[in-house]
Design a protein around this ligand. Structure first.
Ligand code: HGY
Ligand code: MN
Ligand code: MN
Length: 427
């Protein structure tokens, strides 16, 4: 392999990277200036089509796998060949920001393109991936695309459907996927030499310090429970307090109990950000409430304990208020350590660019924690201005966006040149 190719040190095209990011942010743009681009939505398909077109114009290959993941490479994807994977996601939360996920995908494509343009000779394919439905904003199966890629087909919550109960299969087909062919989207672990993900930090740490680059050592675990409370819809004016089965009242108790779980130190953070109420009418008691309870902890056993506690509390609140209850796990991603050898190569890449870096852990979830189950994995962070994310104000200074992409390119070249990669990237 000739990692340098011809014409000196390879570099990203910063203007191209920022232009693509800006253009991508038009898909799903909201009146508030945010992005609503859930996985398997029309805006999601437009974003996929935009990047596929960009790649093909650059004489790169782009294809959609059965899970709806978009893959970019120099040639048709061959999962029997060794490959280094770079990626993130293009889907967003409701009214989220323009960089969460998109930054990592556009940067991964940039790296693949630079390697191709510079005719850098590779003995290992480099594939950029836009993983489908990382957020789970519409179809609540978060990490969908990376779970399929990592072969976790048996762990996908099923049957996959959106919040209204509409099945995933037709939406997936519109995106170019095929629910019946998911095994074809699995990457055989022996082919995968590693996975790298570049992402905005989404928190306040880098923004507050001198370092421009974060080297992730570990990613928190996450569990999401869908809790259905079933009461009885009834007239708000005539139904006596002692004759009510008010599902929304039960939901209110569970929201507070969830926060208490974290406040009492049982898990790192615990939140309810999603509530559906039926019939959602001012003068009718709620007959049904659905909450999504989001739990995070760096320790898998504590996360499991927190899940059990939420189930117990939902049960006792329901019993007290005369409600039915059903709890279903929608997401479970394990805490994941990043590969020590890859971390060293990221650090080397940052140092060679004269960028100060710090080691830090991630409180947000990422496809990287799924991929870490099958291959050595590393993550690079850049600062989020004000530490905010999942809101329209999410932003990062252009210089930091370019710096992160350069670190990704440098780390990729270092991994490609690393003689140890068949046995992992030794520190
Ligand atoms: O929710 C998360 O941690 C991530 O943004 N998917
Ligand atoms: Mn996110
Ligand atoms: Mn993300």
């Amino acid at each position: 392999m000739t990692p340098m190719g011809s014409g000196g040190e390879p570099d990203i095209d910063g203007e191209r990277l920022l232009r693509r990011l800006r253009e991508l942010s038009a898909f799903g743009r909201t009146a508030e200036g945010g992005i609503t681009r859930p996985g398997f939505s029309e805006a999601g398909r437009q974003a996929d089509a935009f990047l596929i077109d960009q790649a093909r114009r650059a004489n790169l290959h782009a294809e959609v796998d059965a899970a709806g993941n978009v893959l970019f490479g120099r040639a048709a994807i061959d999962r029997t060949r060794p490959a280094l994977l770079l990626g993130s996601h293009l889907d967003t939360v409701v009214n989220g920001g323009w960089l969460d996920g998109a930054y990592g995908v556009v940067s991964a494509l940039e790296v693949v393109q630079v390697l191709a343009e510079r005719h850098i000779d590779l003995d290992c394919d480099v594939v950029a991936i836009a993983f489908a439905n990382e957020e789970g904003a519409l179809f609540p199966q978060a990490f969908w695309g990376s779970m399929v890629a990592a072969g976790l087909l048996g762990s996908l919550p099923g049957p996959p459907a959106d919040h209204e109960g509409r099945p995933l299969a037709p939406a997936l087909a519109l995106a170019g996927g095929d629910l019946d062919a998911l095994p074809s989207a699995v990457w055989p672990p022996p082919s995968v030499r590693g996975y790298l993900e570049l992402h905005i930090e989404q928190g306040p740490i880098l923004d507050a310090g001198p370092e421009r680059i974060g080297i992730v050592d570990a990613i928190t675990g996450r569990a999401v429970l869908a809790v259905d409370l079933i009461g009885e819809a009834a007239h708000a004016g005539t139904t006596p307090l002692n004759a009510r089965a008010d599902a929304l009242l039960g939901a209110a108790h569970l929201v507070i109990a969830t926060r208490e779980l974290a406040a009492q130190g049982l898990c790192h953070v615990a939140s309810v950000g999603h509530l559906q109420v039926e019939p959602n009418s001012a003068n009718t008691l709620a007959g049904h409430a659905r909450l999504l309870v989001d739990l995070r902890d760096a320790d898998a056993a504590r996360l499991t304990k927190a899940e059990d506690t939420v189930r117990d509390q939902a049960g006792s609140i329901a019993a007290r208020l005369g409600l039915g209850v059903r709890c279903r796990r929608m997401v479970r991603s394990e805490p994941a350590a990043m590969d020590a050898g890859i971390r060293r190569h990221i650090a080397g890449s940052a140092a060679a660019l004269g960028l100060a870096a710090r080691v830090m852990s991630s409180g947000a979830g990422h496809d990287a924690q799924i991929m870490a189950g099958i291959t050595p994995t590393g993550m690079i962070f850049v600062p989020s201005i004000g530490g905010v994310s999942h809101v329209p104000q999410e932003d990062t200074a252009p210089a930091d966006l370019l710096a992160g992409a350069r670190v990704l390119l440098g780390a990729t070249l270092r991994l490609l040149a690393c003689p140890d990669r068949r046995n992992g990237y030794r520190p």
